[in-house]
Design a protein around this ligand. Structure first.
Ligand code: B4P
Length: 202
């Protein structure tokens, strides 16, 4: 119906983007409450599955521990299932997805089927050396294998430049790319992102 269509077109779907350690997860957990959006972190879903020793978890673990991307087919299927769990969402924050061109295409198709689309990609910009520092610091307490070792952290950053960074062009072409300085206090960065969200919702 027309009403259904209106509602879906008004969804706010944000892609929170940036290299590992840029603050995606940190900001998403604040923004989801502020804007009443469903937060989907692919990293968190994988870690939950690893902890619970599911098939998906067993499959993902070997890749994550080395700082590699989990294969697209596995990741895309999982993301679709997470979206389908929330049929009444006002919108989503995709945190850590898409990370490859194939994932970006899949997201676009998935949202089109729901009569909606990505509203904006918000990219947190942080220098590599700060990323390494942050992740090593988190590694002291997180228990995450991929944070524990500088060579794995640098591998994650390399994978980001090789496979993920190209998505900037994909969203730039659609006028949906918004770069935000990701260095500063968590509060300041939330303010910077909020300005972008408020401008696209206006
Ligand atoms: P993710 O879980 O997405 O992990 P991440 O890239 O490290 O980002 P995260 O959100 O955790 O960190 P944040 O920047 O908030 O991915 C982990 C792995 O999962 C990948 O390597 C891959 O194997 C797999 N995976 C996930 N998605 C995938 C996909 N789509 N396709 C294939 N594989 C996928 O925070 C980092 C640290 O910085 C924190 O300690 C935080 O406290 C700190 N911090 C945040 N903001 C700060 C600030 N303003 N100032 C100082 N410190 C700050």
């Amino acid at each position: 119906s027309q009403i259904y269509k209106l509602k879906k077109e008004n969804m706010t779907n944000l892609v929170l983007f940036g290299p590992p350690g840029a603050g995606k997860g940190t900001q998403a957990s604040v923004l989801k409450d502020k804007y009443e959006l469903i937060h989907i972190s692919t990293g968190d879903v994988f870690r939950y599955n690893i902890k619970n020793e599911t098939e998906l978890g067993k499959n993902a673990k070997s890749y994550m521990d080395k700082g590699q991307l989990v294969p697209d087919d596995v990741t895309i299927k999982m993301l679709g299932a997470e979206v389908d769990k929330n049929p009444d969402a006002k919108g989503f924050i995709f945190d850590g997805f898409p990370r490859t061109a194939a994932q970006a295409e899949a997201l676009s198709i998935l949202l089109a089927e729901k009569n909606t689309e990505v509203s904006a990609m918000i990219a947190l910009e942080v220098d590599d050396e700060i990323l390494v520092e942050r992740l090593l610091e988190r590694g002291k307490t997180s228990g995450r294998k991929d944070d524990a070792d500088e060579s794995i952290i640098r591998n994650r950053i390399r994978v980001y430049y090789e496979e993920t960074a190209i998505l900037k062009q994909y969203y730039l072409k659609q006028d949906k790319y918004f770069g935000v300085d990701g260095v500063g206090s968590i509060d300041d960065i939330t303010q910077r992102i909020s300005k972008v969200i408020d401008s696209i919702q206006a």
